[in-house]
Design a protein around this ligand. Structure first.
Ligand code: FA5
Ligand code: MG
Length: 445
């Protein structure tokens, strides 16, 4: 019996992901409900909406340039802290690094939180390949809340283009490509883009980089913006030209706008937003690659100039196909998958069921604070995809004891069938037990 328990605890101290085994440390917070998603690769799954979006974006970007972008679509999701954060210039106290936001495997490894984790290695490969553009698509992992548009695993596409600064020929090429893209953009009727003036005081957060002059900076910003405007236009035009989406006489306007942003490895940085169903949605971050990133890739100081972007594929898929719940993207149900058979275009998804949502609240006293994302993780671990959403509905501190009380509402819903009252009650008791065990919570009745 003792031997058995020793064996079990030794196993519990290890995590295995993609044929590698890691020893748990104090930093480890990745769970089985997360590692189960590794290897699903929805961005490469034939006739899947995420794969369709990836291909449309790849095609759009390849149309802007003579040499097609090099595609990297199967990088492992296990990366080092150095790759995901350090090499990209993330400050040591950046919130993205915290255990509440990121899935750590051990003291050195984590599940990448973005495709930018591969930027440095791609810059390095670029030198050997004699190609100045690449695209990466991959699964990424973030600890987050639970609702219809958030899932701890999603997919991003990253891309970048780089030129040597001293080669005058490159400037001709860039100008030609910009002119070509403008021509393509002009062909879209019903496209409105609102740009922002880029006139920044030196040394402001989003000013140009020191080693690049004004001409280089504005040329590259223009090349980047036109490339990404084309990507967005090519995605939305497919949706809007589909008569199943709109009435036969309607051609809605594609409206996008540029705003300023911040990323540690780009400067200046921007985001593109699209006006959709009455609101502005942020869909893509980008910027001019910082000198620091090229230097970390082994380039001579000040020799390179380029841009990079990252776009979320799941959110684009949900928007463009009208997919109402992000969990559906992971469904193996024929009623989901069959709608995408033999049609790689964009069309309106027909929801096939709306199984009952059953709500249960849980209230408890806590002696120590628990991060919201830790609560979400416990719920995910217990319920998997049987939770539609989960939120904190009430919170207060007892005046005398100083103890905190929290109340969470869990909305139970199975994607494929109705849950019974009994099932939900059992699941909910399971959550209560775990709260007591993991967080030392005291359930209030
Ligand atoms: C990034 O991840 C940067 N790596 C993007 C980048 C690349 C900037 C290269 C500059 C240069 P951000 O966290 O904003 O940035 O995510 C980028 C996109 O991923 C978002 O615009 C959004 O479309 C998508 N995204 C982010 N979080 C989620 C989420 N929880 N669920 C679904 N999609 C998400
Ligand atoms: Mg963002």
């Amino acid at each position: 019996k003792i031997l058995k328990s020793i064996h079990k605890s030794a196993e519990n101290n290890k995590i295995s992901i993609l044929n590698s085994v890691y020893n748990r440390t104090d930093l480890t917070n990745v769970t089985a409900s997360i590692t189960r998603h590794v290897g699903r690769n929805l961005h490469l799954k034939n006739q899947h909406p995420i794969n369709n979006i990836r291909k449309i974006i790849e095609k759009s970007l390849d149309s802007t340039t003579v040499k097609p972008f090099v595609k990297y679509n199967d990088f492992t999701p296990v990366v080092t802290i150095k790759q995901n954060f350090d090499d990209l210039g993330f400050p040591k106290d950046h919130p993205g690094r915290s255990k509440s936001d990121t899935y750590y495997i051990d003291d050195e490894h984590l599940l990448r939180t973005h495709t930018s984790a591969h930027e440095i290695e791609c810059f390095q490969k670029m030198k050997e390949l004699d190609n100045n553009g690449y695209l990466i698509s991959a699964d990424v992992y973030r600890r987050d809340e639970i609702d219809k548009s958030h899932y701890p695993v999603f997919h991003q596409m990253e891309g970048s283009k780089t030129w040597a600064r001293e080669n005058k020929k490159n400037f001709e090429e860039i100008n030609e490509e910009i002119a070509n893209m403008k021509k393509q953009l002009d062909q879209f009727e019903n496209l409105t883009i609102s740009d922002i003036d880029y006139t920044h005081e030196p040394n402001s957060v989003n000013c140009k980089q020191n080693h690049m002059n004004d001409e280089e900076t504005s040329l590259l910003i223009s090349h980047m913006k036109r490339s990404l405007e084309l990507v967005v236009a090519n995605l939305f035009i497919q949706r809007y030209s589909n008569k199943s989406v709109n009435g036969p006489n309607e051609t809605p306007e594609i409206k996008m706008r540029w705003i300023e942003a911040y990323f540690p490895w780009t400067q200046p940085s921007f985001e593109i937003e699209v006006f959709f169903n009455g609101e502005w949605l942020e869909i893509c971050g980008c910027g001019l690659v910082r000198e620091l990133a090229y230097k970390n890739s082994g380039f001579t100081a000040e020799s390179q100039m380029g841009w990079a972007f990252g776009i979320g594929l799941d959110r684009m898929a949900m928007l463009l196909y009208d997919i109402p719940d992000i969990r559906l993207l992971w469904s193996e149900d024929d009623r989901f998958l069959n709608q995408f058979k033999n049609n790689e275009g964009i069309f309106k998804f027909k929801p096939f069921s709306n199984h009952a949502v059953m709500s249960r609240d849980v209230s408890f006293w806590l002696n120590n604070p628990v991060h919201l994302n830790d609560f979400m993780e416990l719920v995910r671990e217990e319920l998997g995809d049987m939770v539609e959403s989960c939120s904190l509905v009430d919170e207060f501190v007892h005046k005398k004891t100083g103890r905190k009380s929290q109340c969470f509402r869990i909305n139970y819903q199975h994607l494929d069938r109705n849950l019974t009252n009994e099932e939900v009650n059992d699941l909910h008791s399971g959550i209560e037990l775990k709260l007591v065990k993991q967080f030392g919570a005291e359930i209030r009745n």
